[in-house]
Design a protein around this ligand. Structure first.
Ligand code: HEC
Ligand code: HEC
Length: 377
């Protein structure tokens, strides 16, 4: 016996044994709870897509967290001057984007990028257009809350005041307690972020005409089918980058066989200094102008397009690919141009539109829960 000390009374052994048993029980129980919480989340996702999702281990899903997160998401008290909420830049009407080329923060600062549609985020390996350190919504929320250049919600230096504001509200007092039952003071930056992240994860969108076609519930028109063939063809190669459940998972590797996630598509000959994509994080010349592959779901609601919202229509997006993009030393070899008849371009646009799920824009589970004023119940 490894830990037998001479002279230790028998009662101590019994106590130790009991302690380790309860310890095991505790571990099994927490693992059981984790599983239960994960299952509660998986229920939201169609069977065929349940593999390959990314969930932040430190924040097991719970409906209580998602519920309070939904209120926080729409609450203007979340900006320091009570003018903007998450939903100001992520409006369900536009599949959680905002219709602007670049988003506008709480004091009118222009964001460097176009707003992202917050759908099916658990399928995306990397969040935001060009930051490989952000893999989960939980990790991304420091950006909108604490950014100072530009100011988005303006939490920096105001976090105590904003938390106090929320803590004064009886609704949040009850709901934060329910969401974080173990915490003496549930009003922390981390808990606000965990709640918001839990809510945005529930925004699952798989009810597009294309999804209905895949499950045999509807037909696609001849034009849409023609567009689908083009999309998956080796002439256009769209699906080599826009693959997977979310049309955002590339299957291209570099010369060493590593899967690539960021690409230069020749949008500019010289990317502006204000946004050089992945280069801003790695400072490697080869990463200039590289951006993550965005989802192609819900494009019908998310114009304008590209990381800077510089292109207004899907026709123009496709024409940019047809032309093979601008010259850039980092441009991916698959962006080499091709020719389409105008009817084929139309077919491709029609197919892309079949990936849009209009039920997302007024789904009662994600909509604004406030009745009138987004600072009062
Ligand atoms: C001022 C406008 C603005 C506000 C306010 C804002 N966002 Fe965003 N959000 C953006 C923009 C722009 C991006 C794209 C950023 C990028 O690519 O670098 C983004 C990206 C995201 C992403 C990453 C999505 C993806 O596909 O990678 C998440 C998650 C997110 N926002 C959630 C939130 C939440 C939750 C809030 C409220 C706390 C919030 N945002 C507030 C503009 C905003
Ligand atoms: C080499 C990889 C690659 C290939 C091939 C590719 N794309 Fe892209 N796609 C990207 C990247 C990366 C972006 C983001 C670029 C940016 O924002 O600067 C993008 C952006 C888009 C957008 C804008 C989405 C939005 O919400 O802003 C659309 C639409 C699109 N691609 C459609 C297509 C179509 C159609 C094809 C086939 C003709 C195609 N892509 C081929 C990588 C690729």
């Amino acid at each position: 016996m490894c830990c037998r000390y001479p002279g230790m009374p028998k009662q101590v052994y019994i106590l130790l044994a009991l302690f380790s048993l309860t310890g095991f029980f505790f571990i099994f129980k927490t693992q059981g709870n984790k599983k239960k919480e994960e299952n509660a989340f998986l229920k939201l996702i169609p069977n065929e897509y349940r593999n390959g999702i990314y969930l932040y281990p430190a924040n097991p899903f719970s409906e209580e967290k998602a519920l309070v997160g939904r209120y926080l998401f729409y609450d203007r008290r979340l900006s320091f001057n009570q003018t903007r909420s998450c939903a100001s830049c992520h409006d369900p009407k536009f599949s959680f984007t905002d219709g602007y080329r670049r988003s506008v923060g709480a004091v009118g600062d222009l964001h460097q990028r176009n707003s992202s549609p917050l759908i099916n985020l658990v399928f995306d390996r990397y969040l935001t257009a060009a930051d490989p350190s952000l893999n989960y919504p939980e990790q991304q929320l420091d950006n909108p809350m604490f950014h100072t250049d530009p100011i988005e919600l303006g939490w920096k230096g105001n976090e105590k005041e904003i938390l106090r504001r929320l803590n004064q509200d009886q609704y949040y007092q009850a709901k934060m307690k329910a969401a974080f039952p173990g915490d003496k003071d549930p009003f922390t930056v981390k808990n606000v972020q965990y709640s918001l992240a839990s809510f945005v994860k529930t925004i699952i969108s798989f009810n597009s005409p294309y999804d209905q076609y895949k499950s045999g519930e509807r037909q696609l028109s001849d034009m849409e089918k023609k567009g689908m063939e083009l999309f998956f063809s080796s002439k256009l190669n769209c699906s080599r980058c826009h693959g997977g459940a979310n049309f955002s998972s590339p299957s291209l590797t570099d010369s060493e066989g590593n899967l690539q996630h960021y690409f230069n598509t020749g949008l500019y000959e010289q990317y502006p200094n204000s946004d050089q994509g992945l280069y801003q994080k790695t400072l490697l010349e080869k990463d200039k102008g590289k951006f993550r592959v965005p989802t192609l779901r819900n494009l019908a609601f998310t114009a304008p397009y590209f990381h800077d919202g510089s292109v207004q229509t899907l026709d123009e997006v496709i024409m940019a690919y047809e032309s093979g993009g601008k010259n850039h030393p980092n441009k991916h070899p698959l962006i080499k141009g091709f020719q389409l008849k105008s009817v084929e371009r139309k077919a491709l646009v029609n197919f892309l539109i079949t990936l849009s799920d209009s039920s997302i824009c007024n789904n009662k589970s994600f909509s604004n829960p406030f009745e009138k004023d987004e600072t009062k119940y």
